[in-house]
Design a protein around this ligand. Structure first.
Ligand code: ZN
Length: 100
């Protein structure tokens, strides 16, 4: 499977580690609701088909990505940066984010 890293370009998935479901909404850090935390940590849906997941480019730029892919066919539809660089799409080389 090839993943289009917005920083490094098209790379083999072996350069990445998975970070799980990107659709999970975690409670605020000061939220003491144990049931909400248990659901955020343990409840997973294991969807079949189009899905967004976190992937870490651990053997590349070390950025976290949100990768859209089909969990049945492994077709990758696209990837974007997660976190502080989430708005980055493309641009001049000087606009590219460096390693963290
Ligand atoms: Zn990368």
């Amino acid at each position: 499977m090839l993943i289009p890293c917005p920083v490094c370009g098209l790379r083999d998935s072996g350069e990445f580690t998975t970070g799980g479901d990107a659709s999970i909404v975690r409670p605020a850090f000061d939220d003491g609701d144990e049931a909400a935390w248990a659901a955020a940590v343990y409840d997973r849906s294991n969807p079949l088909g189009a899905h967004e997941e976190y992937w870490h480019h651990v053997h590349g730029c070390r950025h976290w990505l949100i990768v859209a892919r089909d969990t049945q066919t492994h077709a990758v539809f696209g990837a974007r940066l997660a976190g502080a660089w989430a708005g980055y799409q493309s641009g001049a080389p000087s606009d590219k984010p460096g390693p963290d």
